[in-house]
Design a protein around this ligand. Structure first.
Ligand SMILES: *Cc1c(COP(=O)(O)O)cnc(C)c1O
Length: 382
């Protein structure tokens, strides 16, 4: 019997998408900053509690805006975890500043706060906190260290829509935070993102940088009678078509999250005995970190057994994956970044990581097949 392939991820389809897309096409307002852009932004604000969200073309664009808004430049340093997606660091080097790579805490997959503290120098301007799988590090400590050092906190909250730390929403701790609505994220519009602006003093300049360096946003609100080029900038806004899909997706947020959490819980429960018996480790966030069921990860018993485990799962039709070649050892990371201390936890985590399929439309039968395939894996005797 050949079982159908279970993909690692499958973009969610929200009920209102076609109706909203049609409304945009009929209205003739297909360019950015129309009614669906504000509906989606208000939706993001209501989920996160951030005072202001600006829609962007991607999470990467939101991170780029954050770098420009902090006025980073050559000689400046930003502390980032080595275990993250490339754009956490690429959005820093674009300004000429240097990402400084630090280790992660294997319990969360996110920044090791001690390593962050040790990496701060007189050149440090900011720390970019990535909530891996929406599991935040100790944000009270991050904020206290940043305050003492006089540096800004930015959150790469691409995984963390709906996540909290000690009851407070991820994406509201930093002066700025980036959300992603890429096809692989819980809420998706193909390519899309948002910049959360928690320090409203940054809002006027953020609008200019996002609108090709012009004050067009103020013009559209009737605050100036013409608009012109006043600062650096690029085209960081999505079209209304993208915003229409995103609006429909955000309206389905509670349903998406309910289903994803049910799948996450089924994995945690169904794999606990396997982990005990095999020496594998299951994702198990600390109590303060409320995760948004964006990923379910496990660590294979050893680095040697990880690839065998992925092969075993794929042979069973399960699209399990791993990701993130640690940035401190990547080609660009070595060229553009600085790594003040070894990152053994990152190397171990990245070498043993297995991510299981998790998407809102996933049927129970697929969840059970994934679980059974993991349970059937026996690492070869050493
Ligand atoms: C997805 C992701 C991004 C970038 O988002 P895009 O919308 O694809 O540009 C940044 N950081 C992390 C950790 C991500 O997972």
């Amino acid at each position: 019997m050949t079982d159908a392939w279970i993909p690692f991820s499958k973009p969610f389809r929200a009920p209102g998408e076609l109706e909203y897309l049609d409304a945009v096409l009929e209205s003739g307002h297909t360019h950015g900053d129309g009614p669906f852009t504000s509906r989606a932004a208000r939706g993001i604000e209501s989920i996160t509690g951030s005072p202001h969200a600006l829609l962007t073309g991607s999470g990467t664009h939101a991170l780029e805006l954050a770098s420009w808004l902090l006025d980073l430049g050559p000689g400046d340093e930003v502390v980032v975890p080595s275990f993250t997606f490339s754009t956490t660091a690429a959005s820093i080097i674009m300004t000429g500043a240097t990402p400084v790579f630090v280790d992660i805490d294997p319990r969360t997959g996110s920044l090791d706060v001690d390593a962050m503290e040790a990496a701060v120098t007189e050149r440090t301007r900011a720390v970019s906190v990535v909530h891996y799988g929406g599991v935040a590090p100790d944000m009270d400590r991050v904020l206290a260290i940043a305050h003492t050092a006089g540096i800004a906190v930015v959150e790469d909250n691409a995984h963390g829509l709906g996540a909290r730390w000690a009851g407070r929403s991820c994406g509201t701790f930093g002066v700025l935070a980036a959300q992603s609505f890429h096809a692989t994220k819980n809420i998706q519009c193909g390519e899309g993102g948002a910049l959360l602006i928690n320090d409203l003093a940054l809002r006027p300049r953020a609008e200019v940088l996002r609108e090709k360096g012009t004050d067009r946003s103020r013009f559209l609100r009737g605050e100036v009678d013409k608009y012109s080029w006043i600062d650096r900038g690029s085209s960081y806004l999505p079209s209304e078509l993208t915003a229409a899909v995103l609006t429909a997706q955000l309206e389905a947020f509670d349903d998406v999250q309910k289903r994803r959490h049910a799948i996450w819980d089924a994995y945690a429960e169904g794999l606990a005995d396997w982990a005990d018996a095999s020496g594998g480790t299951l994702m198990s966030p600390p109590a303060e970190a409320e995760h948004p069921a964006h990923v379910f990860w496990l660590l294979a018993p050893s680095r040697g057994s990880r690839d065998a485990m992925l092969d075993h799962l794929r042979a069973a039709g399960v699209g399990a994956t791993f990701h993130y070649i640690p940035l401190h050892s990547s080609i660009a990371g070595r060229r553009f970044g600085r790594t003040p201390a070894p990152c053994p936890a990152t190397d171990d985590f990245a070498g043993r990581l297995v991510r299981l399929p998790l998407w809102a439309g996933m049927p129970d039968s697929s969840v059970e097949r994934v679980r059974d395939a993991v349970v059937a894996f026996r690492p070869a005797a050493a």
